[in-house]
Design a protein around this ligand. Structure first.
Ligand SMILES: *Cc1c(COP(=O)(O)O)cnc(C)c1O
Length: 357
């Protein structure tokens, strides 16, 4: 459990709130940041100086190691406000576990649960007016850790800084996406860092994504690095199919990020007694199901959109059109159920919601 009396956080409140800049009905994602941020420094082998202060630029040396060698990891999560104005986080302890899995693989300092949770909850509580309560909206939360040694030799940094910044997010319009099955570039390979939320994974994905966009696709479906046959993830989301009433998703491993939305969707499917398979799925199998008319649903899962419906799949110069989104039973039901859980409209039987304040 989280001990609330062991982490002392110095709080410097802003005297100049920017909350008036927030138009709750027209929120653009990721551009406006809440009044405060949290940080703590790792030095001499311990985390110290936990501080909440006004959001603002971070002074740093041009030799800061993260800028050169990429010891930079992050998390993405959301806070929601229910009808009573109470603020809840969705499965924050899972984000804490995951940031430490990332830290270990990147040879970085891990962050203790009490510091992570106390920094997070105090920050969100202080900036609770920034959590929008309009339909489908939330406060996006971005925890991250960077190596901060002022040193440009290649070795793990001795010093780190953990930050949390937050940004209001409006209703996400789940426009169905056209995806391209990528058979040249790769996102991840066995032995690599695909299962880690490392900044570099995103940097490397932008060029192939840009090429796909130039060809009229929204996103890439990544395939396995060896044969480009097995489907792995869709952009920066986990990937799921419903074929013949069975929910199929690639199994966790080195090349798949263990999405919290992925796990939540699988859990609800199992609650509903749906058949679930975590196994490899090839492009041939998907196209064969498409041909036979048994491909009922395809979608990505992730914190930003929850569910991103796949409308069309491009592969080797041909486009395959999937059934209309309105008629998709599973993805619509699961998207609605997750929304209801987050807004407190149905019982939270898995204890996913974590109350702030
Ligand atoms: C963050 C991320 C996801 C989704 O994870 P959630 O916990 O569901 O938000 C999926 N794939 C990749 C590559 C990611 O970085």
């Amino acid at each position: 459990m989280v001990k609330t009396d062991t982490v002392a956080i110095k709080v410097q409140k802003t005297t100049n709130s920017r909350i008036k800049e927030l138009d709750y009905n027209h929120i653009t994602f990721g551009k406006l940041f809440s009044d405060h941020m949290f940080y703590t420094d790792f030095k001499n082998n311990e985390w110290t100086d936990a501080t909440i202060m006004p959001y603002g630029p971070i002074p740093m040396s041009p030799a800061t190691s993260a800028l050169h060698y990429g010891q930079a990891i992050f998390e993405g999560m959301k806070a929601y406000k229910n009808d009573k104005g109470e603020v809840f986080l969705f499965r924050p302890l899972d984000n804490h576990k995951r940031i430490n899995i990332s830290a270990e693989r990147m040879a970085m300092a891990t962050i203790p649960q009490d510091i992570f949770m106390e920094g997070l909850t105090q920050l969100i509580h202080l900036d609770r007016d920034w959590v929008p309560d309009t339909d489908g909206s939330s406060l996006y939360i971005r925890p991250f850790i960077i190596g901060t040694d002022e040193f440009i030799g290649v070795r793990p940094s001795d010093n780190y800084r953990f930050y949390i910044i937050t940004s209001p997010a409006g209703k996400y319009y789940n426009e169905p996406v056209k995806v391209l099955v990528e058979t040249n570039y790769i996102r991840a390979v066995e032995g690599g860092v695909g299962y880690v939320k490392a900044s570099g994974n995103y940097g490397r994905s932008l060029f192939p994504a840009k090429l796909a966009q130039q060809r009229g696709y929204h996103q890439i479906i990544w395939t396995d690095a060896r044969n480009h046959r097995y489907l792995e993830e869709s952009g920066t989301m986990n990937l799921m199919f419903v074929i013949d009433d069975v929910l199929i998703t690639p199994p966790l491993g080195d090349t798949i990020l263990a999405g919290i939305t992925r796990d939540s969707v699988l859990t609800l499917a199992r609650d509903w007694k749906m058949k679930v398979q975590e196994r490899k799925i090839s492009i041939d199998e998907v196209l064969d199901a498409h041909k036979r008319g048994t491909l009922e649903d395809a979608f990505g899962t992730g914190t930003a959109a929850t569910i991103a419906y796949i409308a069309q799949i491009g592969y080797e110069g041909k486009d395959y059109v999937l059934p209309p989104v309105e008629g998709r039973i599973f993805s619509n039901r699961v998207a609605q159920e997750l929304d209801n859980i987050r807004k407190g409209k149905v019982e939270d039987i898995h204890n996913w919601m974590y109350k702030v304040g």
